[in-house]
Design a protein. Structure first.
Length: 204
């Protein structure tokens, strides 16, 4: 056997790490040196995405209620990045939103995010529950190691389709096109994957 050098204790640490990986574990095995942190990082990542998701949705709903979809566009444009920055500071990590089809070019997915988003699409098509679909992996890129976490953002009928559906009101569409001339983020149906929250925690 290849791993006879591994002590029982090391083997059980690794077993714990793999057990803590949500969903599936097809990525690189976490390095033993970073193993003790993985559960803590995962908990922080989940807390940050929950925080960001709830705050964002709350602000969006109240903006739509008080001023309609057009005025809520500015909430998405200016408030969303601020809320993401606040959640990042509060949870000591970086959390953002990304998608395969984006509205704001600044939200473009990197190679890791693209791979995970495509996998989420496949998993949803195979019947996965969008509310619990997430993934984490310890990634080494150009010699820098970081813990990466993503959580699926499904498209809800309300309020998402008003600005991301295939039947966006002309005046809403006009405002979106004015602010985002290269918008790709319409034509979604309820239940589609809209995008994902993406967390990154660099290893010290
Ligand atoms: C009032 C219009 C409006 C509504 C309603 C709305 N969005 Fe958006 N959405 C936007 C705008 C504008 C952006 C671009 C934000 C930016 O500049 O970062 C955006 C961006 C996003 C992004 C980031 C990726 C990208 O395309 O740039 C995600 C993910 C997203 N929306 C999901 C949702 C979901 C899920 C809902 C429903 C809960 C929703 N949105 C409802 C207007 C809206």
């Amino acid at each position: 056997m290849k791993h006879e050098w591994m002590s029982g204790a090391a083997a059980s640490v690794l077993a714990l790490v793999f057990a803590a990986q949500p969903g599936y574990a097809d990525g690189a095995a976490p390095d033993a040196a970073t193993a003790p942190n993985t559960a803590t990082q995962l908990a922080a990542a989940r807390a940050a995405t929950k925080d960001l998701g709830e705050t964002l949705k709350g602000q969006l709903m109240s903006a739509i209620k008080s001023g309609g979809a057009i005025s809520a566009i500015s909430v998405c444009k200016t408030v969303a990045p601020t809320i993401a920055a606040d959640a990042s500071t509060k949870h000591h990590l970086t959390v953002r939103r990304t998608a395969l089809k984006i509205r704001n070019p600044e939200n473009a997915a990197d190679a890791f995010e693209t791979r995970v988003l495509q996998d989420f699409v496949d998993k949803l098509a195979a019947g996965a529950d969008p509310a619990t679909l997430d993934y984490s992996e310890t990634v080494t890129d150009n010699g820098a190691t970081s813990f990466r976490y993503m959580k699926a953002i499904p498209t809800a009928a309300e309020p998402c389709l008003a600005c991301h559906g295939s039947d966006v009101k002309p005046e809403v569409k006009a405002e979106i096109t004015k602010l985002y001339p290269a918008d790709q983020a319409t034509g979604f149906k309820a239940g589609d994957l809209r995008g994902a929250f993406s967390v990154s925690i660099p290893s010290q």
